[in-house]
Design a protein around this ligand. Structure first.
Ligand SMILES: Nc1ncnc2c1ncn2[C@@H]1O[C@H](COP(=O)(O)OS(=O)(=O)O)[C@@H](OP(=O)(O)O)[C@H]1O
Length: 630
């Protein structure tokens, strides 16, 4: 005003001054509004991208028309008729309703009345919720109350690190992933040439690594050991195996740090996930850790519906999370998993080249709706419009299975922008994503991240199909698989790249090679000790029923025979290495919930014998003392 007065631009009259003031205020208001709109539209743009990816709006409205708006647009999340999962209880149904309000994917797929604006807000919240974890509630060990849980007590005496510390470490890990150099690998060749020898090549490393002769300590471990100068409790294999396997094999690299024992593993189908599950089972069993197991001894956690906490046996929802390890098949929903697992849980998963994955899935899920009538994988890929129905509850087995398991819409868009966004969501929710084609390298990365020993990540391949089911794929078939599974393909490329970036960042080439070699040497030693002919066999040749893998679809799943004459302790240890998923899950369930396991087996026997009216029904489970514990 002063300047304007000076410039003699301000009229001397009251009215003139008033108009000038009004003009200034109007300009100020318009500017502020424009700024606000700009911010709002940026937010909306990002939200819309997430929304499109997750619920595929155009498809939803089309489905609405088709279904005459009475049925759910996607029956994808409904339990199919004859589904073997637990029927949700009243509590879980109530929770699922709440859950729908949290998860617009569920909501939009099941209730078209849900407003898009709510969905946008929820998605926004959902994708960022991991950055604002709930306060630590660690401490109560409700599930461990069962007195019949009699496995050896090797549990770490150390209290868990504080949640805040763990979050800092997780952020650090994420930052490490962000600050990365460019890709060290040609990814197109991953799809083609790696097919028969997935683990044969170690990619080239960055120049700094290949020149460097000094064996660097893992960055992860360096950071952790700075904050937690705690010695790791290394897991002995078994008294009888340990001395033979240990012979000078432990690397000097294994510095002091704290083993992580709160672990969530997203068991992505057909991605070597059963082998990792076996590793986790053994690790947890040896330390008397508690597993988040499917209710009523089911084999999965509500799959293919989104996971809800109430399908975990022993979950009360009343107090703090009380489980150590969770690794059964489920469709990922972070908010629900967080209800079950403690705040300092380490989240990891695995991805596999979609070409290998689809070959495996075609054979294993040959009975699924999409594959059932297809004469071959080629036939399916050439006639997807005839064979594939996105509304079928098992359609994920034939398209973008990994994206589906991570909780996304497997029929969603796969533009570069969308996949980038999905990758970012996964990165914000998971601490580590492994790659099945580099299984042993993955194990080295995993054991460092968890502060475990090489012995802890030792394994034999579980759930392997007889390779003779594979026919070599033509380049055009490979191309068709990639484009049909575009979402999975793009995610795989991304996580394959970040996997190697992570390795380059956290260890030297020499260290990786040394650890991989030690792991393979140890596997050979163990095979000599445990296995007949040191190799896998067809299931019809397996002598011990406990070790026979479940056969499904057209797949011929291989298993193992143990050597005769092993002493009892060695036999037990060897058995654990090769026990198929279903048998091992049952064993853990029986140890963790002995009374309910007994009740379930009696109920099963009764239902078998029921028609003959031979056995009396078991007394109600709710009458047992274990039931009152829940
Ligand atoms: N260590 C290791 N390295 C590489 N690949 C491995 C390993 N262990 C298992 N596998 C392969 O993983 C396939 C089975 O995957 P899953 O266990 O995830 O299957 S399932 O969804 O639980 O049924 C299955 O693939 P296919 O044989 O192609 O079917 C296994 O051979």
């Amino acid at each position: 005003m002063y300047v304007l007065k000076k410039a003699q631009l301000v009229p001397k009259t009251q009215l003139g001054r008033f108009w000038i003031l009004i003009t200034f205020i109007s300009i100020l208001c318009i500017s502020l509004q424009m700024l606000g709109n700009l911010q709002q539209s940026c937010k909306q743009e990002i939200k819309h991208l997430i929304l499109q990816q997750n619920i595929n709006l155009p498809q939803t409205s089309q489905v609405q028309k088709n279904c005459n708006s009475t049925l759910s647009p996607h029956s994808l999340n409904r339990v199919p008729i004859g589904h073997t999962e637990a029927i949700p209880t009243q509590v879980s149904l109530q929770r699922m309703k709440q859950n729908k309000a949290l998860n617009p994917t569920l909501q939009m797929q099941n209730d078209l009345n849900y407003s898009e604006e709510n969905a946008l807000v929820d998605l926004w919240w959902l994708s960022y919720s991991s950055k604002h974890p709930k306060p630590s509630l660690w401490g109560s060990k409700k599930v461990a109350k069962d007195k019949d849980w009699t496995l050896p007590q090797i549990k770490s005496s150390k209290p868990p690190p504080k949640a805040a510390q763990m979050n800092k470490k997780r952020d650090l890990g994420k930052k490490m992933e962000m600050v990365v150099s460019s890709a060290s690998r040609s990814f197109d060749s991953v799809g083609g040439s790696q097919q028969n020898h997935p683990q044969s090549t170690i990619p080239k490393y960055g120049r700094a690594q290949s020149q460097g002769k000094i064996m660097k300590d893992s960055l992860f471990r360096q950071k952790i050991s700075l904050k937690d100068p705690i010695t790791r409790s290394r897991t002995p294999l078994s008294p009888s195996l340990t001395p033979r396997l240990r012979d000078g094999l432990f690397s000097s690299h294994e510095a002091a740090c704290t083993s992580k024992t709160h672990i969530f593993f997203l068991k992505v189908h057909k991605s070597a996930s059963s082998t990792i599950m076996n590793i986790l089972f053994r690790f947890g069993e040896q330390r008397n850790l508690t597993f988040a197991l499917p209710i009523n001894q089911n084999s999965q956690l509500f799959y293919p519906s989104y996971f809800v906490a109430e399908v975990v046996e022993g979950f009360t929802g009343e107090t703090s999370p009380s489980f150590d390890i969770m690794c059964h098949h489920l469709r990922f929903l972070q908010t629900e998993v967080q209800r079950v697992m403690p705040n300092d849980t380490f989240y990891f998963s695995i991805m596999r080249n979609p070409i290998h994955l689809m070959e495996s899935s075609f054979s294993y899920y040959k009975g699924s709706s999409s594959f059932f009538n297809a004469k071959s994988l080629d036939d399916f890929l050439n006639n997807t419009s005839k064979f594939y129905d996105p509304l079928k509850t098992d359609s994920q087995y034939s398209r973008n299975l990994m994206a589906f398991d991570f909780g996304f819409n497997h029929n969603g868009k796969a533009s570069a922008q969308h996949t980038r966004l999905l990758a970012r969501v996964i990165e914000s929710q998971f601490d580590l994503v492994l790659i099945a084609e580099y299984f042993d390298e993955s194990m080295v990365l995993l054991k460092d991240a968890l502060c475990w020993s090489l012995d802890d990540v030792m394994s034999f391949p579980i759930n392997q199909q007889d390779a003779s089911y594979r026919s070599s794929l033509s380049p055009s078939t490979i191309q068709k698989i990639k484009s049909w599974n575009k979402l999975d393909w793009e995610l795989y490329l991304h996580f394959n790249r970040t996997f190697w970036e992570r390795i380059n960042q956290s260890m030297s080439r020499e260290y990786l090679q040394q650890e991989v070699a030690a792991l393979r040497k140890r596997r050979k030693q163990l095979a000599k000790i445990c296995l007949q002919k040191e190799q896998s066999v067809h299931s019809w040749n397996i002598e011990d029923k406990l070790l026979k893998p479940f056969q499904y679809g057209r797949a011929k799943i291989l298993g193992y025979n143990l050597r005769h004459g092993l002493d009892e302790a060695t036999k037990q240890a060897c058995q654990s290495f090769v026990m198929p998923e279903l048998q091992y899950s049952k064993r853990l369930y029986e140890r963790q919930f002995p009374q309910k396991a007994l009740w379930l087996s009696q109920a099963k026997k009764y239902s078998k014998a029921h028609s003959k009216k031979k056995e009396r029904p078991p007394k109600s489970y709710s009458q047992t003392s274990e039931a009152s514990f829940f």
